[in-house]
Design a protein around this ligand. Structure first.
Ligand code: SF4
Ligand code: SF4
Length: 382
């Protein structure tokens, strides 16, 4: 225990249930709301196939049951099928979170044979032109539609994920119609949350309150239409935190049920935490169990002893755990602050100012900073 990054084990801490394996930060697209760290270009190392397999074994031995393969674009790793096969053998329920680029019929079959349970494809818009502007690729949209159809024909339960923002939310009717046409089983209409690249581009992404209300009405209308048709396509509408007055219980609590392993083996309590001014340990330098139970980073925001006022005495502190640490830091510069989304926070005026900004004129799509290695290098230290 001489390593200052490690602390004595607290035996009341439960096991992680969820492992998100970010296999790579490489991605052919350039979404301006990407949740990868701003300085991803500084982190080019990737765990080897054997190191990922060992990481998955350790996570399963600790009790994790769900495994998401994500990135970047996980399909750029040509060992993905081997990793899926190993995960299946270990007994994980596996999900591939992909843009659809890098997929083809042969890989869909190979992934199925390897035992992949579920594929989630992201769409940028209902309209090819907006999709091209968001993704930074004129061909991606057509490829995604083709792969969504192929995934469905291969018999997978298919979830489509559409990140909503100021420039596509008014087109929600067409987006849902497209998802219906593609045969989706579920659609996540996930308003962009303001982390990483999205926070950088917030002035061009956050929808106004009126846009959110119109989108909620469209979603409700579609739910009724689908039910009347007997069509089982679940619509999940996720409101942006900035339009709420209470924070979410981010990741079910810091280091409570969820862990992310970044491409280079850095272990994080959520995929956005790499932008925090903290040092997170890595596998294989430490075991996953040591990181989860004993690292100073994972123990720092467990329980409620760390909480400042007003959370400290609040009767809701065991429901939302004081909100999101990344959001608190990004908005206030203080890792321990109450999440400003909460209307009891002394910093809630920052959220109100962002809402007022969203009622004004937005930055155009062309003015947003694209997520690519060139832009990322601006944020790389040293
Ligand atoms: S959000 Fe866009 S740029 Fe980021 S990893 Fe996903 S597809 Fe790639
Ligand atoms: S004061 Fe803190 S604990 Fe209470 S509702 Fe707000 S964020 Fe949650």
């Amino acid at each position: 225990m001489s390593d200052p990054r490690m602390t004595p084990r607290d035996h009341s801490v439960g096991a992680p249930l969820w492992l998100l394996a970010e296999l790579t930060y490489r991605c052919p697209l350039q979404c301006p709301y990407c949740s990868n760290p701003l300085d991803f270009a500084a982190h080019r190392d990737e765990l080897s196939t054997d190191e990922w397999i060992e990481t998955m074994r350790q996570a399963r031995a600790m009790g994790a049951v769900q495994l998401g393969f994500s990135g970047g674009e996980p399909l750029v790793r040509d060992d993905l099928e081997a990793l899926v096969a190993e995960a299946r053998q270990l007994g994980f329920y596996t999900n591939l979170i992909t843009s659809g680029l890098g997929l083809d019929e042969a890989r869909i079959v190979a992934l199925r044979e390897a035992g992949l349970d579920h594929i989630q494809i992201s769409l940028q818009a209902g309209d090819a032109e907006v999709a091209a502007a968001v993704a930074g690729s004129p061909k991606a949209h057509a490829k995604k539609l083709a792969m969504a159809r192929a995934v469905k024909s291969a018999g997978y339960p298919m979830v489509l994920n559409v990140v909503l923002h100021r420039h596509n939310i008014d087109d929600l009717d067409a987006i849902i119609a497209l998802c219906d046409d593609l045969g989706a089983d579920a659609v996540e209409l996930a308003n962009c949350q303001m982390y990483g690249w999205a926070q950088l581009n917030r002035a061009g992404l956050l929808p106004s309150r009126a846009q959110i209300e119109a989108a909620e009405a469209t979603t409700a209308r579609w739910r009724a239409t689908l039910a009347a048709r007997g069509r089982d396509m679940r619509l999940l509408f996720v409101v942006p935190d900035y339009h709420e007055d209470r924070p979410k219980a981010c990741m079910g609590g810091w280091g409570a049920i969820f862990m992310t392993v970044a491409p280079d083996g850095t272990v994080l309590p959520c995929h956005s935490a790499r932008d925090l001014p903290m040092r997170f340990p890595r596998v294989p330098e430490h075991s996953l169990a040591a990181i989860w139970y004993e690292s100073a980073a994972f123990n720092r925001f467990r329980g409620d002893a760390w909480m400042p006022a007003p959370c400290r005495d609040c009767d809701e502190r065991h429901q939302d755990h004081g909100g999101c640490r990344c959001q608190a830091y990004l908005l206030t510069g203080d890792l321990s602050a109450t999440d400003p989304v909460c209307d009891r926070s002394p910093d809630h005026h920052l959220i109100e100012a962002a809402r007022a900004e969203a009622d004004g004129e937005a930055r155009s799509l062309g003015e947003l900073v694209s997520r690519n290695a060139r832009e990322s290098r601006v944020f790389c230290r040293g």
